[in-house]
Write a new protein. Structure first.
Length: 222
């Protein structure tokens, strides 16, 4: 009885994987709005009844596709909390390296392309991508920077610092990936890019901190 249940569960898992693979391929080829549930069922070699039972409706399927692929965008969850500038630099480098490698994955870039192609007809794709994938990464980085700020390692708003670090990390790489003008970075390139972004970020934050300190120390001549 248990063995049979396990086999049934495995078959269900296999069918669900086929459904999501077929759904993403069809969404990418034809667009979300133009894709029918029958097309996905035919491509996945399942009945429409199985389709709804295992995944749900078309919007559920879209969310499941994005969740599965965008899960690769979530960087290190067990990153040690920084207690000095050196450990902060190491944490930012590790975060940036992992983020570059995961988001540059062709499958994840494919999700971004789908969101762009369907932005007018199906804005829910971009909304799901942002809430499921990008927001999680930004939240984690903001938490790291907030901890560093609380420990006196940085000054500034964690959300603004998050956007600054991500801008330094990515530059125009994502645009190049979306346009197929750039290849995903190798592990060595991702590490170098993340290390340089961390170094530039900490330099800029230090420069701002020194500038603010000097402004505060100026005598009030008015």
């Amino acid at each position: 009885m248990a063995a049979g249940s396990g086999a049934a569960g495995a078959d269900g898992g296999s069918a669900r994987a086929r459904i999501l693979e077929a759904a993403f391929a069809t969404f990418s080829a034809q667009g979300y709005a133009q894709t029918s549930m029958l097309e996905i069922a035919t491509r996945a070699r399942v009945s429409k009844r199985e389709l709804y039972a295992l995944v749900g409706n078309k919007q559920d399927m879209l969310a499941a596709c994005i969740t599965e692929r965008s899960g690769r965008m979530r960087p290190l969850a067990d990153m040690p909390e920084p207690d000095d500038r050196a450990s902060l630099a190491a944490a930012l480098t590790a975060f940036g390296e992992r983020l570059l490698r995961e988001v540059s994955d062709p499958v994840v870039v494919g999700v971004f392309r789908l969101a762009i192609a369907e932005a007018e007809r199906a804005p829910e794709i971009a909304q799901a991508l942002d809430s499921i994938g990008r927001a999680a990464a930004r939240k984690e980085l903001a938490a790291l920077l907030g901890t560093a700020q609380a420990r006196g390692l940085l000054s500034g708003d964690p959300v603004e610092m998050t956007m600054r670090f991500l801008a330094l990390l990515w530059g125009d790489l994502m645009l190049g990936l979306l346009l197929r003008l750039a290849d995903p970075p190798t592990p060595e390139e991702a590490q170098r890019r993340a290390r340089e972004a961390a170094s530039a970020f900490l330099y800029l934050q230090s420069a701002e901190g020194v500038g603010w300190h000097l402004v505060r120390c100026q005598p009030n001549l008015r």
